[in-house]
Ligand binder design. Structure first.
Ligand code: GN1
Ligand code: MG
Length: 370
């Protein structure tokens, strides 16, 4: 949207000061994001302004109800533990009428968050310390939400991690091949079909009562955690659109997917995409320290398989979107979704090769802290 349009939008929110600059942020595959710099008598105040993608999130009003409940709960719990950190949690700035989001004349939904100063995100890890801290912060986040009061959160996207359903959708698009692209992805399609039985593992365990449903993040990738730019300690978790009921191991799986390899999600040099066992150990230790008080044995037993499954699911999603003509994920270049899917496939293979050692690491880490 052109800047004058965005300026009109930000005026509809209860922000402090006068909006002086609005700059687009190009992270995230789904929503449109801007940083708003407002001038007040006391100095500059920044905000995050986002247009919610309502083709993906069909009910933005319910979504914002979730986000307000979750952010307020975490902030109030942190107040007595660490007041400074409580003040560094994302907070929703209400629209002028008090609602959690504003609907523009064209039907678009917008929301505003406080900007977390002095904190940074990473698209990939650069060290074991970083991996440890990122995992610790997602473990902390899950822990914070174990006692969220009130009714269950709204399901903002139905069947979000229902991998068997994702596979069905994938098979349909691969068969229809609407853009005549399947010929560019023969090996990848074959890999998905050959490993299709993987898709049911977690839902079967949940149905058998081995894994409980909890409130989880559902998009626990490395760039959704913010660390302090000086101390590198976890500050908060962002991108809360998919916080809703799910399995704790999904979040662990997404951490594995985006942290365990030192490569980017769309890395083209596949020799760089592989499990790093030291980094994996750091993830497990960081996560276990925060979650040992509430995770049950069924969850611990499925952590590694969740890493494999969530990476496989992401392969299905990226490849399916490539075959469909790039209709879901924003792309930055031609073949971007195919590149992304290839990196996921390489990582699934690497997890398969290291699975036994990874399971042993999990067992050891939890035994040591009990
Ligand atoms: C999307 O928007 P972003 O980048 O935070 C997607 C996740 C995927 C991720 C892959 C609502 O997240 O599920 O895992 O891309 N979010 C949605 O990078 O589909
Ligand atoms: Mg994100």
């Amino acid at each position: 949207m052109v800047e004058s349009g965005v300026r009109q939008i930000i005026r509809q929110f209860r922000i402090e000061g006068r909006p002086a600059r609005i700059e687009p942020l190009t992270c995230g595959h789904i929503n449109d994001t801007y940083v708003v710099v407002a001038e007040t008598d006391g100095g500059i105040v920044r905000y995050i302004l986002q247009r919610i993608n309502d083709a993906v999130f069909r009910d933005p009003v319910s979504l914002m109800e979730n986000v307000v409940r979750v952010t307020e709960h975490i902030r109030s719990r942190m107040e007595s533990i660490d007041a400074e950190r409580a003040g560094r949690q994302p907070a929703v700035i209400a629209a002028r009428d008090g609602a959690g989001c504003y609907r523009d004349g064209e039907g678009g939904f917008w929301r505003v968050y406080t900007y977390i100063e002095g904190a940074v995100t990473y698209d990939k890890v650069e060290s074991e310390e970083l991996a440890h801290e990122a995992a610790r912060t997602f473990g902390w986040f899950q822990n914070m939400l174990t006692d969220l009061p009130g009714p269950g959160l709204h399901e903002t996207i139905a069947d979000f991690h229902n991998t068997p359903k994702r596979l069905e959708t994938f098979e349909r698009v691969a068969r229809a091949d609407p853009c005549n692209r399947a010929r560019n992805a023969k090996a990848e399609i074959e890999f998905v079909l050959e490993n299709a039985t993987l898709c049911d593992v977690l839902l079967n365990a949940a149905q058998a009562g081995e894994i409980p449903v909890r409130v989880i993040h559902n998009d626990a990738k490395i760039n959704n955690v913010m660390l302090d730019e000086n101390t590198h300690k976890g500050v908060c978790v962002i991108d809360l659109d998919t916080v809703m009921p799910g399995l704790s191991v999904y979040d662990f799986g997404d951490m594995v997917r985006t942290v365990v390899t030192l490569a980017d999600e769309d890395e083209r040099d596949l020799s760089k995409v592989a499990v790093n066992m030291q980094v994996f150990e750091a993830i497990v230790e960081g996560y276990a320290g925060q979650t040992k008080g509430f995770l049950c044995s069924g969850e611990k037993e499925h952590l590694v398989v969740a890493g494999k499954l969530i990476t496989f699911e992401q392969l299905i999603r990226f490849l399916g979107d490539y075959l469909a003509g790039d209709v879901y994920y924003k792309i930055g270049r031609e073949g971007h979704n195919l590149d992304r899917s290839r990196a996921q496939m390489k990582l699934v293979r690497s997890i398969m090769e290291n699975e036994e050692a990874m399971n042993a690491t999990v067992e050891r880490a939890f035994r040591q802290i009990e």
